[in-house]
Write a protein that binds this ligand. Structure first.
Ligand SMILES: Cc1cc2nc3c(=O)[nH]c(=O)nc-3n(C[C@H](O)[C@H](O)[C@H](O)COP(=O)(O)OP(=O)(O)OC[C@H]3O[C@@H](n4cnc5c(N)ncnc54)[C@H](O)[C@@H]3O)c2cc1C
Length: 403
């Protein structure tokens, strides 16, 4: 396999670098919020013709290839000041592909350009308190009333919903069908009457996810995405794209941070990186990260040839997230007592390592827990016998439940 740019790709990379050199900010403007800062950059990219470039032109892209999109993202990721703000990920990496596959022409033209320009931020309204791993057991109901749907129920753990403009929701439209069959997808305007939103603070200290109550929320039938009853298919496609989006932009970004730290802190008066046990761990994680990176390139190649992300994308998250948790636990260990300090003293590590360590268990849960990913791989990649599913075939409203 040749990982070098072709002549044409090299020219494209040069153009991307030149545009970034002229337009990418080097210093964070502290007078604006994180969201405003991220939106400003997204809009700059869009206006310059560099946002979501692999999308069709009529939806805000540039008709570029997937490889060109990756090249641009690689070059963009060199600018530290533009990173680590994930609010556009759901819209661009998860909603956009399902809109392109299942949306009407009107929906594509209405929603996609504003996703590309960062003007509209999206959230995922899937999980409920009684259905996380068993997502198809959800109970939020959408009932048809002439040209509208009236939605009642509750969703939880919706990341960034508190500043989202739109949400992709899955709701039950026919409880007399088996649980995976009676679901449909809707686009919800997050400021519509009938939505009460409550942020939830997590153990990192931030309140990035939320609970929402829906009381007689009206959505029009033009806000339905896909056919009635097609909700599960769209949800699975969204989740496959979510797992694919976790591939990461660089080969071993977490190991790089550990390396920088191991060069900085000392063990017995010497840089920690000179300690054999530390080197052993760094080497192990470097190899694993490289394996993940190349696995990611393999699935990107498949995607660039038109294949949708499949169940094998679960491997990346299942291997990567426990490793990330171990890496940051080790960083805190290397920092001894300082590892518990969260206020920055000017060196990047102190805040980053603590924050990443505290966020890492959540990332083993979000988008499918380790156990669910192992089940998906066993079932759909290795074709091992499935779990017994007594609730899968009969009408949903006949499944015994306390809800
Ligand atoms: C940081 C974060 C962000 C999130 N963002 C969103 C979001 O934006 N939108 C959204 O809709 N949801 C979001 N979620 C919710 C997430 O998708 C669910 O938390 C996740 O799917 C697990 O569901 P649950 O919490 O109900 O746990 P449960 O499903 O109750 O699982 C509890 C435990 O049982 C295990 N388990 C369950 N079923 C099985 C089985 N069949 N076999 C083996 N073990 C099993 C699980 O692995 C887990 O360890 C987010 C979660 C987190 C942590």
């Amino acid at each position: 396999m040749d990982f070098n740019d072709t002549a044409q790709e090299a020219i494209f990379r040069g153009e991307a670098c030149a545009w970034l050199a002229l337009n990418a900010p080097l210093v964070r403007d502290d007078t604006v919020s994180d969201l405003q800062w991220a939106k400003r950059w997204e809009k700059n990219k869009f206006d310059g013709g560099w946002s979501c470039i692999h999308w069709p032109k009529e939806y805000g892209g540039k008709n570029s290839t997937m490889v060109e999109q990756i090249i641009f993202t690689q070059e963009e990721s060199q600018y530290a000041v533009l990173q680590n703000y994930p609010c556009f990920n759901f819209g661009q990496a998860m909603v956009a592909p399902v809109l392109m596959a299942y949306g009407t022409e009107e929906q594509k033209r209405r929603y996609l350009p504003k996703i590309a320009s960062g003007e509209e931020v999206w959230c995922q309204l899937f999980s409920e308190s009684c259905s996380g791993s068993d997502l198809a057991a959800m109970r939020t109901k959408a009932v048809k009333n002439k040209d509208n749907w009236i939605i009642n129920g509750q969703k939880i753990w919706s990341s960034f919903a508190h500043y989202s403009d739109l949400g992709l929701m899955i709701a039950r439209t026919d409880a007399s069908l088996p649980k995976h069959k009676g679901l449909s997808c809707f686009v919800v305007e997050m400021d519509a009457p009938g939505i009460t939103l409550q942020p939830i603070r997590d153990m990192t200290g931030s309140a990035d996810f939320n609970e929402e109550l829906f009381t007689d929320l009206h959505v029009t039938d033009t806000q339905r995405l896909g056919d009635i009853g097609e909700g599960w298919k769209i949800t699975v496609a969204t989740l496959m794209n979510e797992r694919a989006s976790l591939r990461g932009r660089k080969r071993a970004e977490d190991v790089d941070l550990l390396l920088a730290l191991a060069n900085q802190v000392k063990i017995d008066g010497e840089a920690a990186i000179n300690n054999a046990a530390v080197r052993d761990k760094v080497a192990d994680w470097w190899c694993k990260s490289s394996g993940l990176y190349y696995n990611g390139l393999r699935s990107l190649t498949a995607q660039s040839k038109g294949t949708d992300p499949g169940p094998e994308e679960s491997i990346v998250k299942m291997v990567k997230q426990p490793m990330v948790q171990d890496i940051y636990a080790f960083c805190l260990e290397l920092m001894e007592g300082h590892g518990a300090i969260t206020s920055s003293d000017g060196t990047i590590q102190k805040d980053i390592f603590h924050a990443e360590f505290m966020a890492s268990p959540g990332m083993r849960i979000a988008g499918g827990t380790d156990e669910i990913l192992a089940n998906i791989i066993a079932d759909r990649v290795l074709h091992l016998p499935s779990d017994l599913r007594v609730d899968k075939w009969g009408p949903f409203n006949e499944i015994p439940s306390k809800f």
